[in-house]
Each structure stands twice: as structure tokens, then as C-alpha cells.
Design a protein around this ligand. Structure first.
Ligand code: GDP
Ligand code: MN
Length: 387
């Protein structure tokens, strides 16, 4: 799950990571009077969306007076933001964070990532922060520093010192930085993150070390260990995805027009690949689970058909734990409860497949059966194109 900047900063706070004083977060509909701006200023007004590059897109603005900060915050709420990270999509700004701003002497890039090859975390850092790290990695790979992290013990003292030297951290901020980097790794490990990024970490004009931005991505599979995170709204999930999650169906919306109902995540992936090979695009990834009941199949149809892009539904089920005749009955029962107004293509394989196919054939429902996944995918692609 991706966290918004202020949600990440709330976690940073617990680890004593130095930041600018926050004046508050307001949502659409809130009064800007809720912002507490007592300091001398200036202030920085920041759109809370799940994408970087806000600065260049008008999502980060400086204000000299509280009145100006309130006005900017009000303007930003509801604004559509397109940054170089949103793939052309516009994100609506639903929340705005206001902080006391600082003058910036230096911007540094630092993150903790999961190094999949090493099966361990690693710090990625660069003395040249602020700009796109991807671009820097491309043009000046030698300027990227990588430090492996032992997941059992975290960052060791010699590593924090070496990193501080490599990043040319001023003598005055040395201790602060070594403590900061150790804590950043702790944030990563203790919150089951897959990414913790601070871009930029700055040395302010007054010589303070401050984390100006935060980006945290946590591993959904570890949510059960983090009750506070599980309670957070998932800003990225669509309405259909939230609904599916609530009833225990693994569903991820995609851009195509072929709705897929599959049991097992591996088979679902193979189905998406096969649809693609047949010249089509799946509208979703959906895993009904191993022991899909009539109820679960009915709900899966309802979920799939909520997506208006769906022009054909491909059911690809392997009857292992569940027998094919039971699954076929489930499909027939479900089609009585849900109006399926697009072509339905079913491929069944596994135990009692003969009986299963018979049930489908005798049901009187318009179903195109296929005896292989390849045939099913081709039929689904043709049906979607014709529909
Ligand atoms: P991003 O563009 O979405 O990554 O948003 P950031 O939080 O990183 O802000 C973008 C840029 O705005 C930073 O790199 C800074 O140059 C600038 N910025 C953010 N906060 C402040 C601040 O308090 N003072 C000043 N002077 N600049 C800031
Ligand atoms: Mn940033």
C-alpha cells in the first residue's frame, strides 16, 4: 500500500526523524481555518497525491503569509494534478498538507529499497537529490551510492559513517545524519515496507538536517501485523476493488475488455498472458480462490460485470479441490442470479470435467465452451471484438 506524504511523516515522527513543523492537513470541505500557522513563516503548501513530481506540476507552493497559505491550500483542494509519474492520468487533490517552510542549502536523495537479488534491504542514496533519481541513475550511475543492509541487525555504525562521508554531509550534521539513516532503516524493517524514500533530505539554510518529503510503500501481505495501517484508507483502490476485498475476492482492475474469472493466482496470471497472446486485453485479474462456492462465483460475476468496460467474460477454472460438476452448477446458479449480458466463455478442466460440461450444455444458458485455454482465449477475444 502506498502512503501519502503526511501519513508517511506520521510514521517518521514516531522514529524521531527530523522534519519541518506541520501546520495541519485539510480535506475537501474543511475550512482552511483549521491550519495552525503560528510561526514567522514562510509556509509550504503541498498536494497530497500518490505521485512524486508534484513540485514541477504545481502541487508544491510556497506562501509568505498565513493568508496566502490558506488561499493556496483552498485553490489546491479539488485540483487535478498530472505529474511525470501519473502516466498522463490526472489525480484529484483531496487533501493538502501545510508545513512551515525552510530555506534550502542542499538537497540529498536517500531511500531504503528491497534488493530482490540480495533478498535484503539496501540504501540507495545520492548527494544530488531533488531531481529524478531514475534520470541520474541513467546519466551518472557513478553518483548513486548503494549500501547493503543486514535485515537482522539493521544499519551498522561503520556503514552510517561511510554513507555520511560519501554524501559529504557537513561535520555539524554528521551525528544527526548517522542517527537519521539508522532510523530510516528501522522504519523500513518495522513497518514491513518495500520502499521508504526521502527526496529530498535537505540541509536547510540554517544548517538543519530535515526530511522534506516522504514516500512509503508497505507490503499488503504484512497488513495483519499492522493494525494501524490496515485501518488506513487504500487511496489507490477503485470502488470495485474495495468491494471485492470486503468479500474476500482477489481482484485487480486492468485496462482491457475481457473479464476473467479464474481459480488460483497462478492460473489467473496464465489466463491474462494467454488472452494477451490471443490479441486481447483482460479487464481484470480475479482469483475466486481454491474452494469457490456458488456464492463466491455469483459474487465474482457481480464484481466483474460492475466494470462497464467488460465486453466478454472468460471463466477458466481447474477443478482440483472443487470438482468440475460442482463448479458448472455454480456457474449455472450464478447466471440465474446475475444478469450476464455479455458473451460468456467457459473452459473447465480437471476432476469430473465430462459431467461439468454436460451440466453447462444442458443448462440452456448461452455459453461458449472451450476445451483448452488457448481456444477459450481466442473465443473470448473474438467475442469481445464483435460485441
Ligand atoms: P515532489 O516534487 O512531489 O517530490 O515533492 P517534494 O516534497 O519533494 O517537493 C518538491 C520540491 O519543492 C523540493 O525538492 C523542494 O525544492 C521544494 N520544497 C519543498 N518544501 C520546501 C520548503 O520547505 N522550502 C523550500 N524552499 N522548498 C521546498
Ligand atoms: Mn520529493
Amino acid at each position: 500500500m502506498k502512503l501519502l506524504e503526511y501519513e508517511g511523516k506520521e510514521i517518521f515522527e514516531r522514529y524521531g526523524i527530523p522534519m519541518l513543523p506541520r501546520c495541519g492537513v485539510i480535506r475537501i470541505g474543511d475550512s482552511t481555518e483549521r491550519l495552525h500557522m503560528e510561526g514567522p513563516g514562510p509556509w509550504v503548501v503541498k498536494a497530497q497525491v500518490l505521485a512524486g513530481g508534484r513540485g514541477k506540476a504545481g502541487g508544491v507552493k510556497l506562501a509568505k503569509t498565513p493568508a496566502e497559505a490558506r488561499e493556496l491550500a483552498g485553490q489546491m483542494l479539488g485540483m487535478k494534478l498530472i505529474t511525470h509519474q501519473t502516466q498522463g492520468k490526472a489525480l484529484t487533490v483531496e487533501e493538502v498538507l501545510v508545513e512551515e517552510a525552510c530555506g534550502i542549502a542542499r538537497e540529498i536523495y536517500i531511500s531504503v529499497v528491497l534488493d530482490r537479488k540480495a533478498a535484503a534491504p539496501a540504501i540507495i542514496a545520492s548527494a544530488e537529490g531533488g531531481m529524478s533519481i531514475e534520470e541520474l541513475a541513467h546519466t551518472h550511475p557513478e553518483k548513486i551510492i548503494k549500501v547493503p543492509v543486514d535485515p537482522e541487525v539493521g544499519l551498522l555504525d561503520f556503514q552510517t559513517r561511510q554513507l555520511a562521508f560519501d554524501l559529504k554531509i557537513p561535520q555539524k550534521n554528521f551525528r544527526e545524519f548517522t542517527e537519521f539513516s539508522r532510523q530510516l532503516v528501522k522504519v523500513f524493517l518495522e513497518n514491513d515496507a518495500s520502499l521508504v524514500e526521502v527526496n529530498p533530505l535537505v540541509i536547510s539554510s540554517e544548517g538543519r538536517l530535515l526530511a522534506i518529503d516522504s514516500k512509503i510503500v508497505t507490503d499488503d501481505n504484512a497488513l495483519f501485523r499492522h493494525k494501524d495501517q490496515a485501518a488506513r484508507p487504500d487511496h489507490e483502490a477503485t470502488e470495485i476493488e474495495k468491494e471485492a476485498k470486503a468479500i474476500g475476492i482477489n481482484y485487480i482492475g486492468l485496462d482491457g475488455d475481457i473479464g476473467c474469472m479464474v481459480n488460483g493466482a497462478g492460473l489467473a496470471m496464465a489466463t491474462l498472458d494467454t488472452v494477451k497472446m490471443a490479441g486481447g486485453d483482460a479487464a481484470n485479474f480475479l482469483d475466486v480462490g481454491g474452494g469457490a462456492s456458488v456464492d463466491q462465483i455469483t459474487r465474482a460475476f457481480q464484481i466483474i460485470l460492475k466494470d462497464p468496460k467488460v465486453k466478454a467474460v472468460l471463466v477458466n477454472i481447474f477443478g482440483g479441490i472443487m470438482k468440475c460438476d460442482n463448479i458448472a452448477s455454480g456457474v449455472v446458479e450464478a447466471s440465474k442470479k446475475v444478469e450476464i449480458d455479455v458473451p460468456l466463455i467457459v473452459r473447465l478442466e480437471g476432476t469430473n470435467v465430462k459431467e461439468g460440461r454436460e451440466i453447462l450444455a444442458k443448462s440452456g444458458i448461452k455459453i461458449a465452451q472451450a476445451s483448452s485455454l488457448w481456444e477459450a482465449a481466442q473465443k473470448a477475444v473474438a467475442a469481445a471484438k464483435a460485441n
